[in-house]
Design a protein around this ligand. Sequence first.
Ligand code: NDP
Length: 479
Amino acid sequence: MLKIQNYINGELVSPVSNTYLDNYNPSKGEVYSLIPDSENTDVEKAYNAAADAFNGWASTPKEERSRILLKLADLIDENHEELAKAEATDNGKPLFLAKMVDIPRASANIRFFATAVIHNPSESYHMEEGYTNYVLKQPIGVVGCISPWNLPLYLFTWKIAPAIASGNCVVAKPSEVTPYTAYLFSKLCIEAGLPKGVLNIVHGLGTSAGDAIVSHKNIKAISFTGGTATGRIIAKKCAEEFKKVSLELGGKNPNIIFDDCDFDKMLKTTLQSSFANQGQICLCGSRIFIQEGIYEKFKTAFIEKLKSHKVGNPFDTETKMGALVSKDHLEKVLSYVALAKEEGGKILFGGNRLTIEGFENGYYMEPTVIEGLPFNCRTNQEEIFGPVVTLIPFKTEGEVLSYANSTPYGLSATVWTQDVSKAQRMAKNLDAGIVWINCWLVRDLRTPFGGVKQSGVGREGGFRALNFFTEPKNVCLKY
Ligand code: NDP
């Protein structure tokens, strides 16, 4: 059986304890590989390698760092097919999605930061009294990057690329649930000639390997994407050591549909924003608010579309939704369907686990649509992170705004209307870090990315990510 290895000091190595965890293929519900169950000692080795590499890497000209990263991006493209298959196998997502989104975005992340670092401007301020100030942006040192399972290589590279491009050395941990593409990526780092120790990948559980990274006294900054509960633990630990921390956390995003929207465009995109990646994207719109005038029309058309929304083997070209990522997660999502029923919700479509012929042990579930729940019940307030949406009618702009802003989260929001003034009023008043008007999931990598309230702290994207991974030092010179 395939044994995934840690990547430390430029080499693929076994964990110190030589113990491994099972890694499941969720489409079959079967163990197909083993991953290191790394602990403090592995993180310490990774830290030492990163610390040894730091001076050399930080003083390597940016152009040279960029050249190596661009080579790495090219290697991702050259291995597109293998990486996409690995992602679909490890995560359960449809192969077409991994090919179209996950893997191209991984190389785009690296290419973006490899070039952005060359153009990242610095500031200078000139004082009339004969002083001039200029700002040096210096790498922090050894930093930690921790990423989740829903977009494995996509979010892993989104963090490590700006960290490395800025001259830091990294100890990174992908999710234990989806480690495979990070392992393949470590082989590409070797092939690209990334100097040893610049990136170290430690596989294992969040509560052991992840916690060892966060708690390490000399790892000076943590960039984390994952659930809000984990983010809270990490924020507390970072506060104790005054570590720099960036947190990209959960969401319960509103999808707001006004009577005057372009109905066909809205319907097509709402299908994606509800169920893409089995609803396991932090930006999915799980609460759908529909203005009264088109509520019935929307409901009928949406359900009709779902009848042909095929759930099944991720490798089948007809498949729109694959398997959920794990048995635990499937059970969690199903428990929310049960909760919705207890709270008085009516299941309009789906709601059940699915058995797929030939894949009987896989973690499949029907796309699920629920109506009849108040905006403030638990189903409409807590993140489910699966293929479950609720439909909620509304009358006025003010009413829907109060519903939309009622959760503890504030990651993204989508608004459908042809009225440009209304769209902009909504955008201004929504509690969200990202608002999409008449579109969804369109990303320009230069723009700020992140959430408000319990959806996160700080922003990724563009120069902001490079600035997170550097310390600005002001130098004041008398002439
Ligand atoms: P988790 O918070 O469970 O895990 C995220 C990462 O943190 C994993 O690598 C995990 O390891 C690790 N981890 C868990 N506990 C600790 C700990 N105590 N110390 C250090 N590391 C730890 O999130 P999920 O993987 O379940 O991802 C889903 C969540 O991520 C959802 O809430 C979703 O909204 C959010 N998300 C947010 C995004 C954003 O940009 N705002 C984007 C994508 C997802 P292990 O897997 O081994 O437990």
